[in-house]
Write a protein that binds this ligand. Structure first.
Ligand SMILES: Nc1ncnc2c1ncn2[C@@H]1O[C@H](COP(=O)(O)OP(=O)(O)O)[C@@H](O)[C@H]1O
Ligand SMILES: [Mg+2]
Length: 249
C-alpha cells in the first residue's frame, strides 16, 4: 500500500504536556492508520500513559493538535469521547465496582450515561449482546458477581468486554496484558485481532515484545516524551538506540 492510500484516522501534531519541570510528552507528532494495531513502547516514564490520558481528555495538553478523522481538536473533553468514537482502558482498571458483571456491560450498551441506564429497562437485544460479549471474554459464568469481587485478571477481561460494548472506532489499550495468565492473554489477543478485522484502529501500550511482534503492524518508541524510533516491529526492535533505551532503564 502506498502512503497516499493510507487512512490515518488519528493524528497527533506537536503534542506537549509538562508536569512542573518534567515534559511527559514533548512535541510529539505521530499518526495511527485505520484498521491497524499500532504499538507504543518505551521505558518507564517515557510518556506512554500520559499520551493516552491526553487523547482521552483526562488531562489538557499544553500545545499541539489532535486530529480525529480530520477534525482538528485543540482540546479533548472526556465526555465527548463517544462522539469521537474513541475509548480507552486504564493501566489501573476502572469498573462500576458495585454493579454486577452483566450490569457493567448493560450500562455501556444501553447508554453512555450511568444514571439513566440504571433506570432504563434493558431490551432483550441488549441482554443478548451482553451475553455474546461476556461469552467472548469468558466471563459469562461470572455474570452475577459484583465487579468488585472479581480477580485481577477477570477485571482486566471485564474492561475489555466494556470496550467491545462501546463499539468505538479507536481503542487505546494501556497495558491490557500486564500480570495476566497465558489463557487470558490469548482471549485478549483474539479479541484485538477480531476488532482489527472489523476495521477498528487499536493503539497498544505494552512491555512484552513478543506480544508487540505478534500483534502490531507498526510501532512507535517513546523516550522522555519524544519519538525515538518508528517502523514495523521487526525493524524497530532491532535498532541499537531502541535496545539501548531499554538497557539504560
Ligand atoms: N499526573 C501526573 N503528575 C505529575 N507527573 C506526572 C503525572 N503523570 C505522569 N507524570 C510524569 O510524566 C512522565 C511520564 O509518565 P507516564 O506517562 O506515566 O510514563 P509511562 O506510561 O511511559 O511509564 C513521568 O516522569 C511521570 O512521573
Ligand atoms: Mg504507563
Amino acid at each position: 500500500m502506498t502512503t497516499s492510500e493510507k487512512k490515518y484516522i488519528l493524528k497527533v501534531l506537536g503534542l506537549t504536556k509538562h508536569f512542573d519541570g518534567v515534559y511527559a510528552v514533548n512535541d510529539l507528532s505521530i499518526a495511527f492508520e485505520q484498521g491497524t494495531i499500532t504499538g507504543i513502547i518505551g521505558p518507564n516514564g517515557s510518556g506512554k500513559s500520559t499520551l493516552t490520558n491526553l487523547l482521552s481528555g483526562m488531562f489538557e495538553f499544553d500545545k499541539g493538535t489532535v486530529l480525529i478523522e480530520g477534525e482538528h481538536l485543540k482540546k479533548i473533553n472526556s465526555y465527548d469521547l463517544p462522539t469521537y468514537g474513541l475509548t480507552r482502558t486504564f493501566q489501573e482498571v476502572r469498573l462500576f465496582e458495585q454493579m454486577t458483571v452483566t450490569d457493567n456491560i448493560l450500562v455501556t450498551l444501553t447508554s453512555r450515561h450511568v444514571f439513566s441506564a440504571l433506570f432504563e429497562s434493558h431490551t432483550q437485544l441488549h441482554l443478548n449482546q451482553a451475553k455474546e460479549i461476556l461469552e467472548k471474554v469468558g466471563l459469562w459464568e461470572k455474570r452475577h458477581q459484583l465487579a468488585h469481587n472479581l480477580s485481577y485478571g477477570q477485571r482486566k477481561l471485564l474492561e475489555i468486554a466494556r470496550v467491545l460494548a462501546m463499539d468505538a472506532k479507536i481503542i487505546l489499550l494501556d497495558e491490557p496484558f500486564a500480570g495476566l495468565f497465558a489463557e487470558m492473554i490469548k482471549v485478549i489477543v483474539s479479541v484485538m485481532q477480531e476488532m482489527k478485522q472489523q476495521g477498528k484502529t487499536l493503539v497498544l501500550i505494552e512491555h512484552n515484545m513478543e506480544l508487540i511482534r505478534q500483534l502490531c503492524d507498526y510501532l512507535y518508541v517513546l523516550d522522555e516524551g519524544k519519538l525515538l524510533a518508528q517502523g514495523t516491529p521487526d525493524k524497530v526492535l532491532g535498532e541499537r538506540k531502541v535496545i539501548e533505551a531499554y538497557l539504560g532503564e
